[in-house]
Design a protein around this ligand. Structure first.
Ligand SMILES: Cc1ncc(COP(=O)(O)O)c(C=O)c1O
Length: 387
């Protein structure tokens, strides 16, 4: 049986064991201890923000973004349909809001033209904000997801948000380390452009704390509010007073120890991801009915987190390719089922879906772990070329 090649697994080749062991020896393994604050500081410095708030998952980070943005019952949020479910549930159902789904452009991220068309044609702009003509609801925010680490068209999206008075929530869960190199946001990292953003350190992400997340905001008081909500909204040191409904969304000292070590190797991981990506492009793009979907290399430095093999004609069927790779002990997966078709979202408004449907039908995500060997990658390539 050939060696199993996983899709995306953690890589602990740095100081992880040492830092986690320090935490164990110090006996600060839960939510106290110095490493959470250290990790927040290192992460904030890396993304160029004054403050970062650690929490226990990307999902809780996204929930906190919606809470501090003041999104609540009856509000509407414009969201992409091509994303992971945890982009959507926390900023809509968890806070009682309603999504309006929009398809993607060729970056796989939300399509600015379709967002604009919804705001212009389906809504009315009043002094108090944007209102959906069909439902009467306040369209309060736009959520942008940087899919697979590829940056969305933030210039266009921020312009639309400004014009229509929308709060911008960035889901940068997959885009730690991606930043613009050109244009209005040159030098700005994913997650630092909108009003508020969340990141994920789940096990399959470019760096991991086992499970974990981070929130940043361009409003200092929102960041502080996120911290407060993530720590049970406790308003004093001793008496256990709580001034609103909070959550136990804290990261542990053990997880932060992992995160500190991972931050030290993040840039190495990003360099490697690009090398693997380039190798897939060279070997597969334009061959045998395959394309490797591009990242925005001309305007950004992407983290190249997840690679997308696109089946450009009917020579190959997505699930057959995945099945053939599985037969060869290689893990691959389709892009997510579109969210507007999922339980609880079936009756929501959804617009400009053609590209999202096409990418959903034709993408296969290929192994991309930072510890993928050249031989393993060659095995993936050879198998694909043999189909
Ligand atoms: C786009 C996106 N949003 C949200 C999440 C949620 O993060 P987590 O799994 O850490 O809760 C993930 C990752 O899983 C993600 O890929």
């Amino acid at each position: 049986m050939a060696k199993f090649i996983p899709l995306s697994v953690p890589n602990f080749e740095g100081h992880e064991k040492e830092y986690v062991s320090d935490a164990v020896v110090s006996e600060w393994v839960s939510t106290g201890g110095s490493k959470v604050g250290d990790f927040e500081k290192v992460f904030a410095d890396y993304v160029g923000m004054p403050r970062a708030v650690a929490c226990n998952s990307g999902s809780s980070a996204m929930h906190l973004t919606a809470l501090v943005a003041g999104i609540g019952r009856g509000d509407e949020v414009i969201v992409p349909t091509l994303t992971f479910i945890a982009s959507i549930n926390p900023v809509t159902r968890y806070v009682g809001a309603e999504p309006v789904f929009i398809g993607c452009d060729d970056s796989l991220c939300i399509d600015p033209a379709a967002v604009e068309a919804f705001c212009r044609d389906k809504c009315e702009l009043r002094p108090e904000g944007l209102f959906d003509k069909a439902t009467g609801a306040h369209v309060k925010a736009l959520e942008v997801v940087h899919v697979f680490g590829n940056l969305a068209d933030m210039e266009a999206l921020m312009d639309i948000a400004e014009k229509y008075h929308l709060i911008v929530i960035e889901d940068a869960c997959e885009a730690v380390g991606s930043y613009f190199t050109k244009g209005r946001y040159a030098g700005r990292m994913a997650g630092t452009i909108g009003d508020v953003a969340g990141y994920s350190f789940n096990g399959n992400k470019i760096i991991t704390t086992g499970a974990g997340g981070m929130v940043v905001s361009n409003h200092p008081d929102w960041a502080e509010h996120a911290k407060h909500l993530s720590t049970q909204a406790k308003s004093d040191e001793l008496q256990f007073f709580h001034d609103e409904v909070g959550y136990n969304y804290r990261l542990t000292n053990l997880q932060a120890a992992l995160g500190l070590a991972q931050m030290e190797t993040l840039e190495t991981f990003i360099t490697r991801k690009k090398e693997f990506y380039d190798r897939y492009v060279q070997a597969l793009d334009g061959k045998n009915g395959y394309r490797i979907l591009p990242f925005k290399e001309d305007v950004s430095r992407s983290n190249h987190w997840f690679y997308s093999l696109y089946l450009e004609d009917d020579r190959h069927k997505r699930d057959e390719v995945i099945g053939a790779l599985k037969e060869g002990s290689i893990q691959a997966r389709p892009v997510w089922a579109l969210i507007h078709e999922q339980a609880d979202y079936g009756s929501c408004q959804a617009y400009s879906l053609e590209k999202a449907q096409d990418y959903r039908a034709r993408i296969v995500n290929l192994p991309c772990s930072t510890n993928l060997t050249q031989e393993d990658q060659q095995r993936v390539i050879d198998l694909l070329l043999s189909l």
